[in-house]
Design a protein around this ligand. Structure first.
Ligand code: AMP
Length: 280
């Protein structure tokens, strides 16, 4: 695996590959890699000829400075995992390579950035737009692979690609979960062992809420989730909503003819975790 720290070098290598008619897959990450990330590398390897991964903790998408400073960093372990996964190129830059000057780009994601993560993390999606547009413009991958764990983010990236007319296919991949159902996340490593045990309640609540949405409706499911989280002194609910799976419109009534998804953000101690669940 090639490990490059400069976008100019990445561009050169990718151009070389492209000139021999090969396709490029791209997996952007913030590192502290787990099986969720590796499933994206695997998808990229299946669908393209060369796989580029980036590890960059993008400061502009953090609306909370403490979240940024405590974000886990494990570059050595990450490189071993990526090497074993047969990733072809790792781009692991400093902030100054991605942002030679601070980005002034402002995106308009409309309704999509006014709800859920957009509402609860002001500026977050603009920062995501800044870094992903820089990475896409530099690397110009044929396909880019994202996890549906960040359901709203995938929709934001699709909107970004449409707005900028980028020739990149955005591929959404399934959520990887731990044995107890907790969605894998780099932030899980920041939980104490007690918090980690309690966090396994999240997928259980999502599963139970799924059944309540179908049997008793969305309000009943919300009440249930609220109540169950209030019982937990170490947990605090940021939001729980049921949305139209295509538009992300927040629903008050469930229509079984339309695909719907429930989305949650919850603090476990000081760590904020997100998850989502297709209603079936
Ligand atoms: P991050 O490093 O958290 O920015 O995530 C990088 C990419 O990995 C994003 O596209 C995430 O949606 C994806 N990802 C994170 N966790 C998971 C998971 N548990 N399953 C699948 N993809 C994931």
């Amino acid at each position: 695996m090639l490990v490059l720290r400069k976008m100019s070098e990445v561009k050169q290598k990718v151009a070389e590959w492209k000139s021999s008619g090969k396709t490029i897959g791209f997996v952007p990450t913030m590192g502290a890699l787990h099986q969720g990330h590796l499933s994206l590398i695997e998808a990229s390897k299946t669908h393209t000829d060369y796989t580029v991964c980036s590890i960059f903790v993008n400061p502009t998408q953090f609306n909370n400075p403490t979240d940024l400073s405590r974000y886990p960093k494990t570059p050595e372990a990450d490189m071993i995992l990526l090497e074993a996964a047969q990733c072809d190129l790792l781009y692991i830059p400093d902030v100054s390579d991605v942002y030679p000057k601070p980005s002034t780009a402002i995106f308009n994601f409309g309704y999509l950035e006014s709800i859920l993560e957009g509402e609860h993390r002001p500026g977050h999606f603009n920062g995501v737009g800044q870094v992903v547009s820089i990475l896409f413009h530099g690397i110009l991958p044929d396909k880019a692979f994202f996890g549906s764990k960040d359901y709203q983010q995938v929709m934001i990236i699709k909107s970004l690609v449409r707005q900028l007319h980028l020739p990149v296919e955005v591929v959404s991949c399934p959520i990887k979960r731990e044995n107890d159902g907790l969605a894998m996340s780099s932030r899980n490593t920041l939980l104490t062992s007690e918090e980690r045990k309690i966090a396994s309640l999240i997928p259980k609540l999502m599963q139970a809420a799924n059944d309540i949405v179908i049997s008793d409706g969305i309000d009943a499911a919300k009440e249930y989730v609220n109540h169950r989280i209030e019982e937990q002194p170490l947990m605090k609910l940021d939001y729980f909503e049921v949305c139209d799976a295509d538009s992300l419109n927040i629903l008050s009534e469930y229509n079984q003819k339309r695909p719907s998804v429930s989305l949650i953000a919850v603090f476990v101690g000081k760590i904020r975790l997100i998850d989502n669940w297709m209603i079936t």
